[in-house]
Design a protein around this ligand. Structure first.
Ligand SMILES: [Zn+2]
Length: 474
């Protein structure tokens, strides 16, 4: 039997405003527990919330970057439930009238085809407090209470765990690029829930849906959905019934378990929050916010492909981090050799940065110095191999490539006459290799070239050496 899965994601993103959604308390991560609080975010009776204008602007910005239409009229609602992390016994969120609707993200889906994952809605809401479970009981930190969130709900257009990861990665890169969130999954500023159903390929009716919670990393996202798909398939094959329920992903045990069944589902009794006025957004507001959206990573990748004639893969890697993209663009323009700039950044530079775990901001040299190095190679002042030594030195000392080449005497010797003398000398000294070569061992030439490069401390122009050696041995 062949099966297919249908996945939808609900992503909560903390907005990086300085203050909370309904009060002036700081949104800073960490801090002494319960130090960023006031009567509003503690939910004390009689306190009145006031909406933070920046939250609405950020949410609209996200909506526009994700191709949504923005509602001219929307409002805040109360979602009623009792839980210790929610001191008012209701969460202020948006129910029927969200700020943004009908957007999409394009991903490269399975079988490498461009695919649209539709976004049903984006709404704003307040975050809950954080519960900290200890041996002696549970503690509550209200610092997170009232931190602004947007919830981005996709349509069930995702077909595989891999597509889910691609969707989330693209979503993250867009939100980071427009500056509305740092999207740090490890700090909880990007959180992901999902729902999934599996059916036989030939079956028209969708399978029973289960919800998945507690997915805390990209790895967990893929593993959790893979686990659920297997679980569903096994149940279908065994003729077992799949319950409509919410399940929690346990990363350590690598499995999901039941959190609550449908019978326990809450009726949240949504109704408009009477303390907050309706949100009215004019077309001018939308236009003004639209202007603040910078070039998005995928747009930049497309431009790099066209403008710099680099491969789609290279463009995607280079734009996965905006700082690296800037570094590349500068070096490409200044050196006039984009392909070489891409090679240095994705090759030697990323190797060193990984080894020493340093980021591009912490480099001791600039993009214009990388361009200088490329120019040294392109003008045959140094060979590519010597370039590798130079960039290593640039990492260590931050000296300019010119200084390194001069100081260490690394300049390439392009003097054919001089090189020819050395070639003759080495050939004279190695009659056996010459004989080997003449007997058909072509490898012997490599040995001779190696000896010549050694003699010249690697400075001889390799093309000239090759040419001369081949000529002499012929
Ligand atoms: Zn507060």
């Amino acid at each position: 039997m062949e099966f297919e899965s249908t996945i939808g994601l609900e992503v909560h993103v903390e907005l990086s405003t300085n203050t909370k959604i309904f009060c002036g308390c700081s949104t800073e991560f960490g801090g002494i527990p319960n130090s960023h609080v006031c009567p509003v975010c503690l939910g004390l009776p009689g306190s009145i919330p006031m909406i933070n204008k920046k939250v609405i602007e950020y949410a609209i910005k996200a909506g526009l970057a994700l191709n949504c239409s923005i509602a001219n009229n929307s409002r805040m609602d109360r979602k009623n439930f009792f839980y210790p992390d929610c001191p008012k016994n209701y969460q202020i969120t948006q129910d029927k009238f969200p700020l943004c609707r009908n957007g999409y993200i394009e991903i490269e889906g399975e079988n490498n085809k461009e695919k649209k994952i539709r976004i049903e809605r984006i709404h704003i809401e307040e975050d809950a407090a954080k519960l900290i479970h200890t041996e002696n009981g549970t503690l509550v930190d209200y610092n997170r209470s009232g931190v602004p969130l947007i919830e981005i709900v996709s349509k069930p257009d995702i077909e595989s765990p891999k597509e889910a990861t691609m969707y989330l990665q693209k979503l993250k890169s867009i939100l980071q690029a427009i500056g509305v969130s740092d999207c740090k999954m490890e700090q909880g500023s990007l959180r992901c829930d999902g729902n999934i159903s599996v059916k036989e390929k030939t079956c028209i009716k969708l399978g029973v849906r289960t919800e998945l919670k507690n997915i805390n990393s990209f790895k967990a996202l893929e593993k959790a959905f893979e686990y659920e798909i297997k679980r569903h398939i096994k149940a279908i094959e065994n003729g077992e019934k799949i319950e409509r329920e919410t399940r929690r992903w346990d990363d350590e045990k690598g499995r999901t378990s039941v959190m609550r069944s449908k019978e326990q589902a809450n009726d949240y009794r949504y109704f408009p929050d009477g303390d907050l006025v309706a949100i009215k957004i004019s077309d001018e507001d939308v236009k003004r916010i639209k202007k603040t959206i910078p070039e998005l990573p995928y747009e930049m990748a497309e431009r790099f492909e066209k403008e710099f004639k680099i491969s789609k893969y290279d463009a995607a890697v280079l734009t996965s981090n905006l700082k690296i993209a800037d570094f590349f663009e500068n070096a490409a323009k200044l050196s006039g050799n984009p392909k070489s700039a891409a090679n240095w950044i994705m090759g030697d530079m990323s190797k060193f940065m990984n080894e020493k775990s340093i980021s591009i901001e912490d480099l001791k040299f600039t993009s214009s110095e990388l361009a200088d190095l490329i120019k040294l190679v392109d003008s045959h002042k140094i060979s590519n191999n010597i370039g590798k030594k130079v960039i290593e030195e640039m990492f260590e000392t931050g000296e300019s490539p010119y200084d390194i080449v001069n100081k260490k005497g690394l300049a390439q010797n392009n003097n054919e006459g001089e090189i020819y003398e050395i070639v003759k000398k080495v050939i004279l000294k190695n009659p056996k290799s010459v004989q080997d070569y003449k007997n058909g061992k072509k490898k012997a030439a490599k040995f001779i070239i190696g000896m010549i490069m050694k003699e010249t401390k690697g400075n001889a122009n390799p093309e000239i050496v090759n040419k001369l050696v081949n000529k002499e041995l012929r």
